[in-house]
Design a protein around this ligand. Sequence first.
Ligand code: PNS
Length: 167
Amino acid sequence: MVTHMQTPPIAYCPGSFDPITNGHLDIISRASRVFGTVIVAVAESAQKEFLFALEERVELCRTVCAHLPNVEVQSFSGLLVEAASQAGASVIIKGLRQALDLSHEGPMTYMNRSLRPEIETVFMLSSPECTYISSSLIKWVCSMGGEIEAQVPAAVAQRLRERLGKA
Ligand code: PNS
């Protein structure tokens, strides 16, 4: 007899999402099949310069995640682990495209674990077709008039071209 049934875990999926890409969507949609709820958590972060304002990044995430019923989109500021805890999440989910990502994510994971040991960070490997997708590269290519349709949803591609003057 199973005696340890619990409510399905809430996973917190943080990022800048400037803008959300097919790589993010790959991780979010696969996580939504594993966890009860996935919260896409858009970072406010005063330390970074973004192309899109926080409200626009949230809106684009909501638009492209609308077909995933157990995915919610929120913004957050301050420490990731505190925001995840306040949202009731027991898991932080991160996508890894390549080994270099782990060298960046590893120290943050250990720090987050020391701050909030009860929140587990779970890594998912990107699908092969998403390993080269990055918001920065997409913005660069789009700013020079290159095709970005294979890397971002149509709504994001349109918004990028409008913002970067390539519409
Ligand atoms: O998409 P990004 O830019 O790689 O996302 C980075 C993000 C938002 C996950 C990271 O900057 C973060 O965790 N910010 C919250 C502030 C925080 O908790 N910093 C300490 C981490 S050890």
